[in-house]
Ligand binder design. Sequence first.
Ligand code: 48F
Length: 259
Amino acid sequence: MESVVSSEIINSFFQKLNDSLKADVAVVGGGPSGLLAAAVIAEKGYSVNLYERNLAPGGGMWGGAMMFNSILIEENVSSIARESRINLSPGEHGNFVVDSVQATAALINRACCSGVRIFNCITVDDLTFNRNEEVNGVVINWSPVLQKGMMVDPLMTGAEAVLDATGHPAEIAAQLVRKNGVELSTPSGGVIGERSLNVELGEQNTVEFTGEIYPGLFVSGMSACAVAGGYRMGPIFGGMLRSGSKVAGEIIKRIERIR
Ligand code: 48F
């Protein structure tokens, strides 16, 4: 019986890993914007891998603000929230107050139910290029391997579009510029870094700066703000959901264009 249990786990994981080697989309980071983008793209029938460095996807959404586990969502994002089965309670100024644990669990559930292949404990360490110097995949390794600094080579998986949803550090975009000296479609051509906090403009910037910053590489959420020099936002998550929804549409457009 013991070997049967192990065998079923090993077979199902390696089947999933093998199926993931050539996906339509690779999402890096399982915060709110990455989870929503992944779910929306998968719901349209595309294959999506989502890589999350930590044990639990969810990013910075679980803990609310300063670990008070409530967050706000604006009225104009209520339809996305309802589609995602996030429970909304009316707030005082036209916003909704949301339990951050329920909201995070709902986004993870939506991604899982839509067929997104979630790989937790795996870090995206680098990107791959095609002959036209466009991004066409990701380089992955077990998070503990990287955290321990072990000299173990990674594996690669192909994707027609890669989404950097890594939050404040914009890790993948920063890595792309640092290693390859390429120009991004930002005002400076590089990763500008996020500004200090402005709730209103931070929300706007997150959505406005969401999109393709280099052929094959997209940014969403705080990564979009950080890349383009946008304001940091507060514990309001509507912008994250709008960003995820916007980038999903743009990624699908790219895939349809290059096919
Ligand atoms: O930061 P994060 O929650 O991303 P987001 O969608 O949302 C931001 C908000 O949570 C909050 C905020 C709202 O006011 O400012 O911070 O922009 O989640 C990013 C996820 O990416 C993972 C990281 O562990 C986190 O769960 N991640 C970061 N780098 C990598 C990664 C990487 N190289 N490979 C895999 N996962």
